[in-house]
Write a new protein. Structure first.
Length: 282
């Protein structure tokens, strides 16, 4: 089980004693509309993520996954509840530029379709440079060096850094989106269906890349996907959402192999996938 607030976390390094979670979400809620038109998108969810950990969020379409992600990065104001990142209270979206930047250095997101969020007229390297300059005030050769380093980190060559987004493949563009998110050196990276639009072989490359980056940089992931095989590969704990609520949570293998909740069983059995074999334990 993922530790509830006030209990012992099972994902903490053994013997190292208690560690504070890098992300603690408590009673998070979001409603849209008012009165009779009020719709509850996220209905009081709580979970924790430990430093260097990877938490999966699964659930059917409309269960509140993206709304949760949007609250975490401050694109949406929670109706109730609390978001703590590395001890800072990020429940309210930042209003001042200074606070926005500080939030950006804690938590970043990669969405499914990077094309819509990349500036079509800006070369990839310039796009990365802009983020580095904004957060770290680098310029000249130090800036260029950092941009090349980011390119290397995600497997983009110099030639691709000089290209426009439309000159790149979908997989390369997603590498750009990951590099841009990492340019701020956040503690947490949220990936919302970030590999869902990619071919299976490209998907595998990006998943391996993400695993390497987590190991190298110690960045923590919140990984949202409807693909249980992907969740199994890239996360160590998982929560299952349904109608805005958490219906199950725990170690990913336990959640997927022996789901306690009837809904999780349904979800698992209704998603046939080449990577899924009943009873396999990772
Ligand atoms: N801005 C909004 N205004 C009104 N309702 C919204 C808004 N954003 C989301 N919702 C509603 O909140 C619910 C949860 O949506 P959300 O996008 O979080 O689901 P999801 O789990 O990410 O689904 P999917 O797997 O399809 O991406 C849905 O019923 C959706 O219609
Ligand atoms: Mg979504």
């Amino acid at each position: 089980m993922i530790a509830a607030p006030g209990t012992e976390p099972t994902t903490a390094a053994s013997g190292a004693g208690r560690t504070e979670p890098i992300l603690a979400v408590d009673g998070l809620r979001k409603t849209f509309g008012r009165g009779r038109k009020e719709a509850v998108a996220v209905d009081g969810i709580s979970f924790e993520l430990h430093e260097g950990g990877s938490l999966g969020i699964v659930g059917e379409s409309g269960s509140g996954k993206t709304t949760t992600a949007r609250m975490l990065i401050g694109l949406e104001q929670p109706t109730a509840g609390r978001i703590l990142v590395d001890g800072s209270d990020l429940t309210r979206p930042a209003r001042r530029i200074k606070d926005l930047r500080a939030r950006g250095r804690l938590i970043q997101i990669v969405f499914q379709d990077p094309y819509t969020s990349l500036d079509r007229r800006q070369k990839v390297g310039d796009c990365l440079g802009e983020v580095v300059r904004l957060h770290f005030g680098l310029s000249g050769s130090a800036l260029n060096g950092r941009v090349r380093e980011l390119g290397e980190l995600v497997g983009l060559q110099e030639r691709q850094l000089r290209a426009l987004p439309r000159e790149l493949s979908g997989g390369q563009r997603q590498r750009v989106a990951i590099a841009r998110a990492l340019a701020a050196e956040p503690k947490i990276l949220i990936l919302d269906e970030a590999v869902s639009a990619l071919d299976v072989s490209i998907q595998a490359q990006i998943l391996n890349l993400l695993a390497d980056i987590r190991e190298q940089r110690g960045v923590s992931y919140v990984f949202i996907s409807h693909d249980l095989a992907v969740i199994r590969q890239i996360t160590d704990t998982a929560i299952v959402m349904r109608h805005g609520q958490v219906v199950e949570q725990g170690q990913t293998a336990n959640v997927l192999d022996s789901p306690q909740d009837p809904y999780t069983r349904l979800l698992r059995d209704s998603v046939p996938h080449a990577g899924w074999q009943p009873g396999t334990v990772k």
